[in-house]
Design a protein around this ligand. Structure first.
Ligand code: SR1
Ligand code: MG
Length: 393
């Protein structure tokens, strides 16, 4: 049975009924707006007369972007709470302040990040966010190490992986990222100008490579990953802040390959680069974009190496560390390519490309598909981020 859904009228009474939330805002003077612009959930900002505010997020019993014809368990909010718990344990400054889960109502509460902007929007506007990519790299390293067998007792990890199984949302990713872009599917769509580019993705060679990546995604239960770490799942500050990026929307979390979180970000860098190129953004912005994959990877690797001496099982030698880092880089590049392709071809596209005029869309989308393919097919040959092909450079 579904949990009772909130609306703007019922949020004040809901907050008043939750003492830990009523301590944060004056529930008697709240103004509430529903701001959910993602694909899945309800999101409310509640602000009191004194300006204190908080955010409530409630999972709907269906996929918001499609409607009630696509039912989806509200249990995904429990996966999100699990992701917040891990972030609070290993890298608390990397997420909005977390005020907890109301499991029966399928609601979580968190800090209202006014003064911050969703990174995809900032990128679309051509804004430079210094250090944000490095902050993402550190976030992935800390949780990827902290929840893995490198840091935790193996029996604990097995139980944690079972608890975090999240099958419905993993299936969405398996279908939307790895399968549907390469087959005829009613949820796919593109403008006719790129039809030949899209159909060219279906040749056996690329599909085989994506199949290998899909298998790794499905079977590599390494650590509790975010599961959907694109630039729409990150806030960047509008001014000075304690950290250069904060991560949110953790409902796709499960025990999976750490490389997938890095790849999700990398793939969205391709998309941002293509947009910046066709809009002829200033060289300073485009050069900064070109450095983001390297910035994220180098921060990730440095953090992982710094944590390595704290591992609980020293049977894992430094050679194991180095080989783990190498295949994580390789797979992250592959996942990045797959994540970029799905945002052009499949359900749930990226505003970076979709808001371009048709001529720019055609150039940018074509460049994304060709670059992404080169990443997937060449992923084992790239030694560093500097070797990666870039769109329209
Ligand atoms: C049906 S859910 C569509 C997409 O939204 C989320 O952001 C994930 O990327 C998912 O694939
Ligand atoms: Mg999301």
């Amino acid at each position: 049975m579904s949990a009772q859904l909130l609306d703007v009228a019922s949020v004040p009474a809901y907050i008043a009924s939750q003492p830990h939330l009523a301590a944060l805002v004056d529930a008697s003077t709240l103004t509430v707006v529903e701001v959910g612009d993602g694909n899945l959930n309800l999101v409310f900002i509640a602000t009191d007369a004194g300006g204190a505010s908080l955010v409530l997020k409630q999972s709907l019993p269906y996929v918001r972007m499609v409607g009630e014809s696509w039912p989806l368990s509200q249990d995904r909010i429990i996966a999100e709470a699990r992701g917040f718990d891990a972030a609070v344990e290993f890298t608390p400054e990397s997420v909005p302040a977390y005020y907890g889960l109301d499991e029966p109502r399928r609601v979580i509460a968190m800090q209202d990040l006014s003064g911050w902007t969703v990174w995809r929007r900032a990128l679309n506007e051509g804004r430079i966010s210094p250090g944000a990519a490095a902050a993402i790299g550190r976030y992935v390293a800390r949780i990827g190490f902290g929840t893995s067998v490198f840091a935790r007792e193996p029996g604990h990890v097995k139980q944690a992986a079972a608890d975090a199984i999240n099958p419905e949302l993993r299936k969405i990713t398996e279908d939307l990222v790895f399968t549907q872009p390469y087959i005829d599917h009613p949820d796919n769509g593109w403008h006719p100008e790129i039809e030949a580019e899209v159909l060219a993705l279906r040749d056996g060679g690329l599909v085989d490579e994506v199949g290998v990546l899909k298998y790794h995604f499905t079977t590599h239960a390494e650590a509790l990953i975010h599961g959907d770490l694109h630039t729409g799942s990150v806030f960047v500050p509008d001014g000075e802040a304690d950290v250069a990026a904060k991560v949110f929307d953790i409902e796709f979390s499960f025990y999976g390959p750490v490389a997938f979180d890095l790849g999700a970000f990398f793939g969205n860098v391709i998309i941002a680069q293509a947009r910046a190129a066709v809009l002829d953004r200033p060289a300073e912005f485009r050069d900064w974009l070109d450095g983001l994959v390297g910035e994220a990877w180098e921060a990730f690797e440095a953090e992982f190496r710094a944590l390595w001496p704290t591992r609980t099982d020293t049977f894992y030698s430094d050679t194991v560390r180095d080989r783990w880092l190498r295949y994580t880089f390789t797979d992250a590049i592959g996942y990045g390519g797959a994540k970029a392709i799905r945002r052009i071809v499949g359900l749930a596209k990226a505003s970076d490309i979709e808001t371009l005029d048709r001529a720019d869309y055609t150039v940018a989308a074509t460049a994304v598909l060709r670059t992404a393919r080169a990443w997937i097919e060449g992923r084992e040959t790239f030694a560093t981020a500097a070797d990666l092909p870039r769109p329209l450079r």
